[in-house]
Every structure is written in C-alpha cells, then in structure tokens.
Design a protein. Sequence first.
Length: 93
Amino acid sequence: PRSFFTTGVGTASAGLTCAAVKNESSKEFHLEAGALVLADKGVCCIDEFGCIREEDRVTIHEALEQQTISIAKAGIVCKLNTRATVVAVMNPK
C-alpha cells in the first residue's frame, strides 16, 4: 500500500492538501499535491499533529470527512481524492 509521512512542525494546510505553484518560465499555475493527496488509497502518518495551527487544522476537515478536497486556487477548480487512513499523533499538554 501507498504511504506518506509528514510532521506537523512548520506544516501549513497547503502541505497537507494541495498548493498552487507558478511556473517561472511559462507564468502558468499548476497544482502540487500535499501529503493527504499523495497518500490516496493508502496511509498518511502525521507526527506532531498538535503543532499544526488551528486554522490549518480546520482546512483538512473536508479531507478527513469527505475523503476529497475541493480546490479553487489560481484559476484552477477541481476536486482531489484523499481516501487515506490517517494516523495523527500528538503530545498532550
């Protein structure tokens, strides 16, 4: 099975879901998949989940509940699958 590991330290919602990146030579945008999209039909392990900012944690709710993410960035509108088992680990305070 497919698997992907990431850490919550310094992670933004784009790193977990998807980022729009501008190609310098053509000046066009393209999407770069984040951890949840890359782990589609597999396992995504997120260490230090408690270090993810609250507003970034809220943005991944669709990915966890609906198993898709809706993208509307840089003129690109699409829906990407995030059908992954998520193992999120954090240290309680």
